[in-house]
Design a protein around this ligand. Structure first.
Ligand SMILES: *Cc1c(COP(=O)(O)O)cnc(C)c1O
Length: 636
């Protein structure tokens, strides 16, 4: 039990919600309303008051959009785009930088049509463009109504088809930059360009030797898999010069990896990038754009620390560091200031989406009542009950040790047939009550040893969601996202729970939580009340999660609703996308739902003709099957 968890039991006051650290990670977008509901705040100030998230969830349910639901908050997306663009504008103005900023959104980070459409719309005043890392993403980018000054940057592995489309698109007015990632690509570009009789707009990706910390450390440095090293860079320039295309090379690109924890890693990398920029300029390359890639991180935990799920800087500080570093380096080299480009994906979209799911059921380990041992019970059951007799604050560790020993011995003799099922059940329950009482008695000074043992009596709250579908990074790379019950935050959350999902995979659980005092292994939650929904929100999941998610157990896409916040405290439903039906999910794995139904019908018919079922019974079964095919994949 951490200090934060301990406080859950002692702090019954009105500021219960502070346990969750919402002020810290909510960064003004998420707050708690007087009634204990989570409120969403319009960062653009159009809605004067926060809007209750439970009210939104109820209203959506009335419109048939049930949980689990992925909620996209349009003003949060607008806010993300402004943060980055205004951040650079301000930094440029304040440092007297002579160039401009032209950001691009990497489609990879959230390819959903509704999201990309809004990014283009909200980014228009800033000339915000798109980055494509593959042919399908280029096809998306070229179908968007981009402003004339926006860039389309092509990264990734490119074949002739990719290069041809990129070059041809320039005839339509797109500023499509082909970023050279390998020497082989140089040859492809020269060949396609000559064949078309058209000049490309080129960039070159440089492999920096500086490395970053955090989860993506391996994607930086000289062992990273992308870009040209110094020697390859020289070869690429020579080949372009020989082909008469060197003047087409306008942009220098580097990308360090995602979620850079430490702003000083950014400075060092930018300095190195500027060295290349200077050298390339001296080689006669007419570079006009310096692209520093993505990596601007999100402080998921709100700790402002250089750790994997936090960062030690703000967006404004990142922008200022980049602009200042480039300015110094280029002034020193006596070069004009280039147009600055970044490819921030996470920082633009992560804040814009949250998942809300309902808790279906709770398995309680933390209990208040237990039976007394019966006279004939084995002495181990009596020993367990006796621990209560010396349960005082300074002997709690001893009590845990004893109780755990007796409980384990009891299990061992049960396996050997010494005690019966009812006896062992009594013992288990007495043990759980003891541990629960110890947890309540323990206050702030909980040792790590005790914390680990008390964690074993955290309840399991079963949520109606799939970790693999909706929160893949929490599973795959231990990414942290803020998680909080969205209602009753004016009541002390007396229980602690881990969250398990609806898949049949024991990995489908969440047992790391961001609380005010740091990381905890269990989430403070409330008792679930009969007939009253209990919803949990997972915040800031707009980046990377949606298409990385998979169909584990064939749980499909959740319902999606895009909302904006209204002046009168309500919300507008801008768009909704129904989640996958069972039939849809089956077709993704190459079943034909029509054929499934036909095959099932044959089984029903056979049962009828064998006299095992009458016609009415057959119709009922068929109707149930059909209903399941058309239903939501989640618990309804
Ligand atoms: C993934 C990627 C990005 C986006 O990185 P973020 O950390 O989300 O900002 C930018 N550029 C390239 C080349 C990428 O591969």
């Amino acid at each position: 039990m951490t200090a934060a968890e301990a406080r859950v039991q002692t702090d019954k006051t009105e500021d219960v919600h502070r346990i969750y650290g919402i002020e810290r990670w909510g960064r003004g977008l998420v707050t708690v309303l007087d009634g204990g509901d989570i409120g969403l705040v319009d960062p653009l100030g159009r809605a004067p008051a926060p809007v209750s998230l439970p009210v939104i969830v109820r209203a959506l349910a009335e419109r048939g959009i049930q949980t689990p639901v992925l909620l996209r908050v349009a003003p949060f997306l607008d806010h993300g785009i402004r943060l980055v663009n205004e951040g650079f504008r301000t930094a440029i103005a304040e440092t007297g930088y002579q160039g401009v900023y032209r950001g691009v959104f990497p489609i990879k980070v959230n390819q959903q049509a509704q999201v990309v459409r809004r990014i283009v719309e909200y980014g228009r005043p800033y000339g915000f463009g798109l980055e494509a890392g593959s042919k399908p993403e280029l096809v998306v980018a070229l179908s968007r109504p981009l402003p004339a000054d926006a860039l389309v940057i092509c990264n990734g592995v490119k074949d002739e088809e990719f290069v041809r489309l990129a070059i041809l698109s320039r005839r339509l007015g797109f500023n499509t930059v082909i970023v050279i990632e390998s020497l082989k690509e140089v040859d492809t570009i020269i060949r396609v360009s000559k064949a078309l009789g058209l000049e490309p707009l080129l960039g070159v990706r440089i492999k920096l030797t500086n490395t970053i910390g955090g989860a993506w450390a391996a994607s930086s440095g000289d062992r990273s898999t992308f870009g040209l090293n110094a020697e390859q860079l020289v070869a690429a320039i020579d080949r372009l010069r020989d082909a008469g295309l060197l003047h087409c090379l306008k942009l220098q690109h580097s990308h360090l990896g995602s979620q850079i924890p430490d702003v000083n890693d950014v400075r060092r990398a930018v300095t190195e990038a500027c060295r290349y920029f200077t050298e390339l300029s001296r080689e006669g390359v007419e570079l006009s754009h310096l692209d520093l890639g993505g990596g601007l991180g999100i402080d998921y935990t709100g700790e402002m620390r250089a750790t994997e799920s936090s960062v030690n800087y703000t967006v404004a500080e990142y922008c200022a560091s980049v602009v200042e570093t480039v300015r110094y380096a280029l002034d020193e080299a006596g070069l004009p200031h280039p147009t600055l480009v970044t490819e921030s994906g996470r920082a633009v979209v992560a804040l814009s989406a949250l998942l809300v799911f309902d808790v279906l059921e709770a398995t309680l380990y933390d209990i208040e009542t237990a039976p007394e041992p019966e006279p004939g019970d084995h002495h181990l059951v009596h020993d367990l009950a006796a621990v209560r007799g010396y349960m005082v604050p300074n002997r709690l560790q001893e009590c845990i040790n004893d109780a755990t020993y007796y409980r384990n011995e009891l299990r061992a003799i049960f396996r050997r047939g010494v005690v019966d099922l009812r006896e062992v059940a009594r013992g288990e329950r007495i043990y759980l009550r003891l541990m629960s009482e110890i947890r309540r008695m323990a206050s702030d000074d909980v040792t790590p040893e005790m914390e680990a043992q008390l964690y074993r009596i955290a309840d399991i709250y079963h949520g109606n969601f799939s970790l693999f579908q909706s929160l893949p990074d929490m599973w795959a790379i231990d990414q942290l996202h803020p998680i909080v019950p969205i209602q009753r935050l004016n009541e002390a959350p007396d229980r602690r729970a881990i969250l398990s999902d609806i898949t049949c995979d024991s990995d489908g659980k969440i047992d790391r939580f961001v609380l005010a005092d740091g990381l905890a292994r269990a989430l403070p939650v409330h008792d679930i009340r009969e007939g009253e929904p209990y919803h949990i929100g997972v915040f800031f999941i707009g980046a990377y999660q949606e298409t990385l998610g998979d169909l584990h157990n064939l749980f499909g896409d959740t319902n999606v609703a895009t909302i904006s916040l209204r002046e009168d405290g309500g919300f507008d439903l801008l768009e909704e996308v129904e989640g996958d039906t069972v039939a849809e999910v089956l077709s993704y794995v190459e079943y034909n739902p029509r054929e499934c139904l036909d095959d099932f019908r044959r089984i029903v018919d056979a049962a009828i003709s064998q006299g095992r079922l009458d016609a009415v019974g057959g119709r009922t079964i068929l109707a149930a099957y059909r209903e399941s095919l058309n239903g939501y994949t989640y618990y309804e």
